[in-house]
Design a protein around this ligand. Structure first.
Ligand code: GLA
Length: 415
């Protein structure tokens, strides 16, 4: 009797224990990473919710390289606010390489005291006071490309420093990284930025070496897809194999269109518009193609001293609207024959941006058809010319234009 009472008790206790353990297992499963995922990967799946349209702003590198200083950044920020660029969407004022001084005794990064005597915090405050956002540059390696201190081994410390300074955007380069794994290095800095508690757009600059479009969707807000841009339309920079003309970048970046979307963009590199190496037609084509590819639009010229032609290109709000379209689909080439191309970018609301590109040296007649735009043949559409800034006659089944050499015609079509 006593024996069977004892066995009954044991069974009840076993059942209770089983209940408790099962509940604990369910709770643990709810928190655990998904199957086959490390905790690191699970953490990286939390998007930062930034850059739902491609980031726009200015970056010091293409014009000023390592001669950047606080005076230049202040003047440029002022000009962005006064020229209408801020109101057209150019928000992030980014200092590229060479702002750094040494690390202090505790390993915290400092600014170059000669070039930035007021310090980065004061500069960020000034930029913010103009209604703009502030960005900075570092590198996943031991040194930056300009041989200043890199962030390797100091990721959390640097992210914290940037947050304290009021940084809103980090461009993170890939020089002096040795045999470092890109996926790990960028995930580490993404984590550090998240842990800093400040919203910081993460602009990866890894040049496409490890194909970041395949793995960085939840790590960075954009990733460079090529080596550096060169201020030329089709000519090669013979001295630097890593430098690419506009057309070279276009050909490398275009096939990657399926990988772009809100919060994670293919970055075709900063703009050269206004830097003097191309004709106005070529700069219009460069700007239009970057908008069709939903690339970040980071002006790279001397904004405080730009001429009217440069201003009219950078401030073409019709073209900017194509880049910034909330649907967030990167455009692609729909047709090509020799030097003539038709490009299409689907827009929110069922419209399309259409670009006719003439890569050749002579004027060319180019036509886009309903089929190329994936519209039924008989659809009735409205057409707006985005460089002439006017409405055209209604769509008649084709969109045709004579396009200047190294130039584009660009339209918005919709119902
Ligand atoms: C690399 C980057 C450039 C620029 C320089 C700075 O080349 O790709 O965009 O940041 O470094 O040294």
């Amino acid at each position: 009797m006593l024996k069977s009472w004892g066995a009954g008790m044991t069974r009840i206790l076993q059942f209770v224990l089983w209940l408790v353990l099962s509940a604990m297992a369910v709770a643990a499963q709810a928190q655990a990473p998904g199957q086959g995922e490390t905790t690191q990967e699970a953490v990286n799946k939390v998007p930062n919710g930034l850059a739902l349209t491609p980031p726009m702003g200015w970056n010091s590198w293409n014009k000023f390289a390592c001669s950047v200083n606080e005076q230049i950044v202040r003047q440029t920020a002022q000009a962005i606010a006064n020229s209408g660029m801020r109101d057209a969407g150019y928000r992030y004022v980014v200092i590229d390489d060479c702002w750094h001084g040494p690390r202090d005794a505790n390993g915290f990064i400092t600014a170059d005291a000669q070039r930035f005597p007021s310090g980065i915090r004061a500069l960020a405050d000034y930029v913010h006071s103009l209604g703009l956002k502030f960005g900075i540059y570092s590198d996943a390696g031991r040194l930056t490309c300009g041989s200043r201190p890199g962030s390797q081994g100091h990721e959390y410390q640097d992210a914290l420093t940037y947050a304290r300074w009021g940084v809103d955007y980090l461009k993170y380069d890939w020089c002096f990284t040795g045999d470092r794994n890109a996926q790990e290095a960028y995930a580490l800095m993404a984590d550090a930025l998240r842990a800093s508690g400040r919203d910081i757009v993460f602009s990866m600059c890894e040049w496409g070496t490890a194909k970041p479009w395949l793995w960085a969707k939840n790590t960075g807000n954009s990733w460079r897809t090529t080596g550096d841009i060169w201020d030329g339309f089709a000519t090669k920079d013979k001295e630097h194999s890593w430098a690419h003309s506009v057309l070279e970048i276009v050909d490398l970046n275009e096939p990657l269109w399926p990988f772009a979307g809100p919060g994670h963009w293919n970055d075709a590199d900063m703009l050269e518009v206004g830097n003097g190496g191309m004709t106005p037609a070529e700069y219009r084509a460069h700007f239009s193609l970057w908008a069709m590819m939903a690339s970040p639009l980071m002006a790279g010229n001397d904004v405080a001293h730009m001429d009217e032609t440069t201003r009219s290109i950078l401030l073409n709000t019709d073209v900017i609207a194509v880049d910034q379209d909330p649907l967030g689909v990167q455009g692609h080439r729909a047709w090509k024959e020799g030097d003539r191309e038709v490009w299409v970018k689907p827009l929110a609301g069922g419209g399309r941006a259409v670009l006719l590109l003439n890569r050749g040296d002579k004027p060319a007649n180019i036509a886009a058809t309903a089929e190329q735009l994936s519209y039924p043949a008989r659809v009735r559409l409205n057409v707006r010319d985005l460089w002439a800034h006017k409405r055209l006659r209604r769509w008649s089944g084709r969109l045709e234009a004579t396009v200047e050499p190294h130039g584009v015609a660009m339209f918005r079509v919709g119902i």
